[in-house]
Write a protein that binds this ligand. Structure first.
Ligand SMILES: Nc1ncnc2c1ncn2[C@@H]1O[C@H](COP(=O)(O)OP(=O)(O)O)[C@@H](O)[C@H]1O
Ligand SMILES: [Mg+2]
Length: 410
């Protein structure tokens, strides 16, 4: 038997619970079902809006007669006006269509009336905990403090962008629990969910579909959680076709919202230039330009640098990460650096621990924290995780043993 979560125990609730059911018959029924969870249901949505105290986390259980367009319109109004209120829908029957409509309106959880007291109680507790978290985060974050956006970019696939993005974000999340989000912006072939071993229950395609009515609570409900690190993840669409439909505006809208919710937003990029990529490069505070030590990658790196130059993505914002820096490919990294006129700020060695970790679905920094590649990734994360997220000014003095100066040396 499971032990109840703190909020299931009476007297320790961090949120209020209300219920509403305008029709008399279902009201009588849910009054019985909800006894011990909620005080007697209110009889109108207007009463609910009168009862709600702004800033106080609240769960409102909507009765079955509200499982239709009028009820959903009311949910939408409440969700927009009161970010601290989460709605749980009690429906006679839950079809996929109804569920989708409900979630779109902003319902946070739905249960059937006869699911039993325990399930209803759990849904209420889950939503209550989330709402308490929303209020806490809102209180903790000063007005309009925006998180820092990192992108891992290259014009070539297979160079290690996803490995770097996932490990960097996991390390940042370990250091700053609950304050880091990862966006898998490889909308066609994103595999961050696989690299992290998190099931992508929702994806950016779902979030993009409701971007117009998006608020932080709704966004929160689309994020998967990497339990080992607390990292939140906006997963890439499972179907490549769904990814193609996401526009640059939608993607930027989502990243901007995440910036208001998290101190660090790491974006894993696809291996090409398109509208979405250009917009994200512009939005980014730090661009990690990733290359691996092989001829095709170096050639692409050169093209990438020139293109970024044209886009005026350069200077302090641009950081060069050389992956597989020790690969036995008869290429000398200093020759390459000289030829390109740039120097790698970070070098990550080729390491068998990486593919092993990838295959296990565990980021190498957690799987084999002492492996050479994990240590190099940690150095990268330490470089960024120690500074205050939104202050661009705090320039960390790097010692002479540190991997070169910040930015590009040209
Ligand atoms: N430093 C490394 N050492 C060994 N293998 C690596 C290293 N970096 C990446 N890999 C391997 O290369 C593959 C491609 O990396 P990935 O991060 O998915 O590239 P990208 O996102 O740029 O397409 C991964 O499956 C991983 O196993
Ligand atoms: Mg990738």
């Amino acid at each position: 038997m499971e032990t109840p979560s703190p909020s299931e125990r009476p007297g320790t609730q961090r949120y209020r619970v209300l219920a509403v059911e305008p029709d008399e018959r279902p009201r009588t029924r849910i009054t019985l079902e909800l006894a011990g969870i909620v005080p007697a249901p209110l009889t109108s949505v207007e009463e609910v809006t009168r009862e709600v105290v702004p800033g106080e986390p609240t769960v409102v259980v909507f009765g079955p007669s509200l499982a239709g367009s009028d009820g959903f319109a009311a949910v939408q109004r409440i969700a927009r006006s009161f970010p601290e209120v989460g709605v749980v829908l009690l429906a006679d029957e839950l079809t996929l269509d109804l569920l989708q409509e409900a979630l779109r309106a902003g319902v946070r959880d739905a249960v059937t009336v006869d699911a039993g007291e325990r399930q209803i109680r759990q849904a209420v507790a889950r939503v209550g905990d989330t709402m308490a978290g929303v209020v806490n985060r809102a209180a903790a974050s000063e007005p309009a403090r925006l998180g820092k956006v990192f992108v891992a970019f290259s014009t070539k696939g297979g160079v290690g962008k996803s490995v770097i993005a996932t490990n960097l974000s996991v390390l940042l999340a370990t250091k700053h629990p609950g304050r880091v989000a990862l966006v898998d912006a490889d909308l066609q072939f994103g595999d961050d969910a696989v690299l992290l071993g998190v099931p992508p229950q929702h994806t950016s395609a779902d979030a993009a579909a409701v971007v117009e009515t998006m608020d932080t609570q709704l966004m929160d409900s689309y994020l998967a959680t990497h339990d080992a690190s607390t990292l939140r993840v906006l997963c890439a669409p499972v179907e490549p076709a769904a990814g193609e439909r996401i526009t640059a505006e939608e993607m930027i809208g989502m990243v901007r919202m995440l910036r208001t919710m998290f101190d660090f937003v790491v974006v894993d990029m696809p291996p090409h230039f398109d509208d979405v990529v250009l917009a994200l490069l512009e939005e980014a505070d730090e661009v990690l330009l990733v290359a691996s030590l092989d001829i095709p990658s170096i050639k692409n790196l050169k093209v990438g640098i020139q293109t970024l130059d044209l886009l005026s993505v350069a200077g302090d914002k641009l950081h060069h990460v050389m992956n597989r820096a020790n690969a036995r490919v008869h290429l000398d990294i200093s020759d390459v650096e000289r030829a390109l006129g740039v120097s790698a700020e970070f070098r990550i060695p080729s390491d068998i621990a990486i593919p092993q970790a990838v295959n296990r679905g565990i980021p190498v920094v957690l799987d084999k924290p002492r492996a050479p590649a994990a240590l190099a990734l940690r150095a990268l994360a330490d470089r960024y995780g120690s500074t205050e997220p939104s202050s661009e000014t705090a320039e960390v003095e790097t010692s002479s043993t540190e991997p070169r100066k910040r930015g590009w040396r040209r």
